[in-house]
Design a protein around this ligand. Sequence first.
Ligand code: HEM
Ligand SMILES: *[C@@H]1O[C@H](CO)[C@@H](O)[C@H](O)[C@H]1NC(C)=O
Ligand SMILES: *[C@@H]1O[C@H](CO)[C@@H](O)[C@H](O)[C@H]1NC(C)=O
Length: 318
Amino acid sequence: MNSAELVFLVLYLLFINLVSQGQLEIGFYSQTCPNAESIVKSVVREATLADPRIPPVLLRLHFHDCFVEGCDGSILIENGAIAEKKAVGHQGVGGFEQIMKAKQEIEAQCPGVVSCADIVAMAARDAVALAGGPIYAVETGRRDGRVSNVELASDMPEVNDSIETLKSKFRNKGLSNQELVLLSGAHTIGTTACFFMPKRLYDFNETNAWDPQISPSFLPKLRGMCPQHGDVNARIPMDPLTKDKFDDQIMRNIKKGFAVLASDARLYDDGFTRQVVDFYAGGSKFAPDFATAMLRMGRIGVKLGSNGEIRRTCHAFN
Ligand code: HEM
Ligand SMILES: *[C@@H]1O[C@H](CO)[C@@H](O)[C@H](O)[C@H]1NC(C)=O
Ligand SMILES: *[C@@H]1O[C@H](CO)[C@@H](O)[C@H](O)[C@H]1NC(C)=O
């Protein structure tokens, strides 16, 4: 190789590097697919009118997408027995039909432009707004992943994890202890299956007793909603007072021993996260800080530039 060739090679590699970097930005599709955001919003709105359970389902989908392989739509892939979406940690996750519907409508206008990962992020944003939560500009420019494997889902936080484990699972994704509290605040809307309750109510951490973080006045109510040998598929609200409203009530519940999910109650086990809960249980900072934490969650492990792909359909690799 002569020196001219070498210079060319170096410049070429620099160029490829620049092209493949890319970055997330607000309005990434404003030129290439100007209606993308409004299409997603109207699909989410219509689906919610037909079924008020949709906003929490779509919000949860984004969290589960981001925590495994980054926010890259890997949870949407249907690749048989090894599909990531079949992981125990993803039990009960839904919203797939709404994402597929939005993708179809977007493809009709601008084929091959908008990633499924971005549609999931936009739908979560619209879900929060529809439930009365903060309205924020969502970052886009993610590309879809080319991997879906059930074994990768062990990164998911579990309902019976200790506060130490919850903190470290979030830290491993670049999220702080404060963001753990804020993002758990998503449980201000939606429901849980009784499937996730028995340990907490009847055999907490192998103690043969209930979780000591449950207020004595709340314990009989929770046990009444999820009896020991009852229907594991029965669904109960995670913020019983205001289950459809995205507000900061969940923080006051945790403070008073009225958390429904064990992992929410764990936020009161630790001095630091307890202070964070107390902070958001008063005042008016929860909504704006939740929005900021959602942007941070939406950046986990994103594939940019020439990494990944823009899928033609959300449930299959190209
Ligand atoms: C801190 C760790 C977390 C754990 C252990 C956890 C666990 C759970 C569990 C067990 C359920 C009930 C699922 C069902 O029965 O269908 C649930 C529901 C939900 N989670 Fe989480 N979660 C966590 C964090 C998050 C985060 C960060 C978000 C979003 C930012 C989120 C959003 C939701 C929503 C909206 C629901 C309600 C879903 C519905 O109504 O169908 N969760 N979560
Ligand atoms: C926590 O719960 C999951 C199911 O949600 C179960 O597979 C796991 O064994 C439990 N872990 C502990 C330590 O109890
Ligand atoms: C369960 O008990 C063990 C041992 O005492 C402790 O290390 C762990 O943090 C506890 N887990 C929860 C969820 O409280």
